[in-house]
Ligand binder design. Structure first.
Ligand SMILES: Nc1ncnc2c1ncn2[C@@H]1O[C@H](COP(=O)(O)OP(=O)(O)OP(=O)(O)O)[C@@H](O)[C@H]1O
Ligand SMILES: [Mg+2]
Length: 259
């Protein structure tokens, strides 16, 4: 600590830098870390993250899926995973579903139905400790499902993880494109790249709202995913939609090619 002071770095800040380095080392064997994000809730971030991860796995890539939504960790539920991660030793090992490594804070809490009511600093600490202590091994892709908002958790993720970039999820409505624009501008401000946009719950033809949001961010459309009851039918029952609906699998195949 004396030395850090001597170097002009405050001890508490030096700790953050050290942890960031440990996280970088821990995730060092992952080729591409991709965040799936929108500041708006309910647009289908988790749905896109899960189905993209399994599409990439089906193509033969080594894939991990990280649920970074502490308040409402839904990935495990979408995949029908009720098992818990073994927390008796460190580092933690993700669980494996159909060849995809999956980790979520839902897998280390006793009762998933209990609300998690934490202030920002606790969320940031939980996320950084979870990143530091989960061993993914070698991966081609780590797909990260982000929570909505433009503060605590998304900010921590943007600052701590060396992301290849974000996939922004939006829906055809104006309010969604406004919030996705906000998300994209936040990413740019924090120097995180934008890989492109998925228009979810789409008619199949990109809406004017999405088009102007994409233009404003200077990014591109990765693809559209139509509104379909299959998502409820399969994800409500812990099944992967792209493994069960050929039409939706085609939509994700097109998106994965652009990613
Ligand atoms: N293309 C679609 N067609 C029909 N339903 C969909 C579609 N995409 C997602 N859904 C449904 O919409 C609901 C919200 O999706 P999801 O949980 O993926 O959104 P989210 O953006 O992750 O939400 P949150 O902001 O709470 O994390 C889910 O019930 C999901 O099954
Ligand atoms: Mg979600």
């Amino acid at each position: 600590m004396e030395e850090e002071h001597a170097a002009g770095i405050h001890p508490s800040f030096a700790k953050v830098i050290e942890q960031k380095k440990r996280i970088k080392d821990r995730l060092g064997n992952i080729k591409n870390k991709i965040g799936v994000y929108s500041a708006k809730g309910g647009v289908g971030k988790t749905t896109m993250a899960v189905n993209l991860a399994f599409t990439l796995a089906k193509k033969g890539f080594k894939v991990g899926l990280l649920d970074a939504d502490i308040d409402c960790p839904n990935v495990a539920s979408f995949l029908g995973i009720t098992e818990k991660m073994d927390i008796s030793g460190f580092p933690l090992k993700p669980l494996v579903k159909d060849g995809v490594k999956v980790a979520s804070t839902a897998m280390i809490v006793d009762d998933i139905k209990k609300p998690i009511i934490w202030r920002g600093p606790i969320i940031a600490k939980m996320l950084s400790d979870f990143f530091e202590n989960t061993d993914w091994g070698n991966l081609d892709y780590l797909v990260i499902d982000l929570p909505p908002g433009t503060s605590d958790a998304p900010l921590t993720i943007m600052q701590l993880l060396d992301l290849k970039g974000f996939i922004l999820v939006t829906t055809p409505q104006r309010i969604s494109s406004i919030n996705s624009l906000r998300s994209g501008l936040m990413a740019k401000r924090l120097n995180v790249g934008i890989l492109g946009v998925i228009e979810n719950m789409s008619t199949g033809t990109i809406s004017d709202n999405t088009k102007s949001m994409i233009d404003a961010l200077g990014t591109e459309l990765l693809g559209t995913v139509k509104f379909s009851n299959s998502f409820n039918r399969y994800s409500d029952n812990g099944m992967v939609t792209v493994y069960n609906d050929a039409g939706i699998a085609d939509e994700f195949e097109a998106i994965s090619k652009r990613v």
